[in-house]
Design a binder for this molecule. Structure first.
Ligand code: SF4
Ligand code: FES
Length: 378
């Protein structure tokens, strides 16, 4: 072939370079004082001995900021179980990240809270298991948690730090949604997230105990809508309803490898919080690869980014750029194939059976005792 022909030969278009990520969920430890029945962390938790050390987390935060990350969600487990949490917070603030601390509020005394705020913590998200002690204890497996959470919420608001309450909803607490909304107002929270349980990790084990009835979900949707109207200007309420009863799946994490990513306590970089359940994927570790290389070229990120990996019915569906086929982790958990259409989708051949399974599980009057998580802060 002549040089001219070579130069004029059509070149295969390179896939568009993805946008940089906006958010990082840093799971700095899996240790936790609570034992929540709905925990979405993996069945196999990272032991303390495998956790990244202080300097490595600092490097991760610096690399994240350079890559374009704006929001750092400092999570776990209970992130304040790490002795270096204030130092990590200070470093993340210094490199320009907006820091959201996601905490149970248990074990965070006033002195630690003051130190975290002084170090640069911008926002606090407090988990809420129920609107009173009985339900909080029943769901979280921790005695005295409600009083501590209430005191912590008030301490955060007194200090002028914006507070979001995060309530994971399921059969054990769905009847308390109106009271949780009132508590959020009473505590002075700016925002309340009502998020129905996602059935991965430990929560999948307890699905029969956690699955709410469709009529309870429908009532909750109305309760949330009414409260939103009434509390306009006082409290923002975000709500995620269970997709087992939906027609279309959710856009999980804003799309695989599109907006956010997670780093586990031991340093694995994941496209989503539950991605480790997809065992055939090769997750790069921050110990071996830069965050930039992992985000753009890591095999776990390229596996389900975009739409080229899709099968039918997603491949020819008009919604494929809206939900990207739904949740890969849920597709794997329910079909055995992570590249399948999320089976909650009405176009999936499994859609009917998923809805029927949810209805059957939620109809069992006494579903037996839920299994508590067991991995205390040490
Ligand atoms: Fe989404 Fe796939 Fe269902 Fe279409 S077929 S709505 S892309 S999950
Ligand atoms: Fe992993 Fe939805 S939780 S893609």
């Amino acid at each position: 072939m002549s040089q001219t022909l070579l130069e004029n030969r059509p070149v295969a278009a390179a896939p568009p370079r993805p946008q940089p990520p906006l958010g990082l969920l840093a799971e700095v430890t899996h240790r936790c004082p609570l034992r929540c029945t709905y925990c979405s962390n993996p069945l196999q938790l990272d032991p303390k001995s495998s956790e990244l050390d202080t300097d490595t987390w600092k490097r991760v935060f610096s690399e994240a900021a350079e890559l374009g990350v704006i929001h750092l969600h400092m999570s776990g487990g209970e992130p304040t179980a790490r002795r270096d949490i204030v130092e990590l917070t200070r470093h993340a603030a210094e490199v320009g990240l907006y820091i959201n601390l996601i905490t149970s509020g248990i074990g965070v005394d006033d002195a630690k809270l003051d130190a975290l705020i002084e170090a640069g913590c911008d926002h606090i998200q407090l988990s809420m298991q129920g609107a009173d002690e009985a339900i909080t204890q029943r769901v979280g497996g921790y005695r005295g948690g409600y009083e501590k959470k209430q005191a912590f919420a008030r301490a955060v608001v007194e200090r002028g730090v914006p507070l979001t309450l995060n309530a994971v909803i399921h059969r054990m607490n769905i009847h308390q949604v109106p009271e949780m909304i009132e508590k959020a107002v009473e505590f002075g929270a700016k925002r309340l997230e009502i998020a129905h349980t996602q059935y991965y990790g430990w929560a999948l084990k307890n699905r029969a105990q956690l699955m709410p009835a469709r009529e309870d979900v429908d009532r909750t949707i109305e309760e949330v809508e009414t409260a939103r109207e009434r509390l306009k200007g006082t409290l923002v309420i975000d709500a995620v309803f269970p997709d087992y009863y939906a027609r279309y799946p959710k856009l999980c994490n804003g799309g695989w490898g599109t907006r956010t990513f997670s780093v586990t306590p031991a340093g694995k970089v994941l496209p989503c919080h539950a991605a480790e359940t997809i065992r055939h994927l090769d997750f790069w570790n921050v110990r071996d690869h830069s965050l930039a290389d992992t985000w753009y070229d890591g095999p776990a990120f390229t596996a389900y980014r975009g739409t080229s990996w899709m099968q039918e019915p997603c491949l020819s569906c008009e919604r494929k750029h809206l939900d990207f086929g739904g949740c890969r982790c849920q597709a794997l958990a329910l079909t055995g194939d992570a590249a399948a259409t999320d089976p909650v989708c009405v176009k999936s051949p499994l859609h009917e059976s998923i809805g029927a399974m949810a209805t059957t599980e939620s109809a069992v009057a006494e579903p037996g005792a839920a299994t508590y998580r067991g991995f205390r802060a040490g």
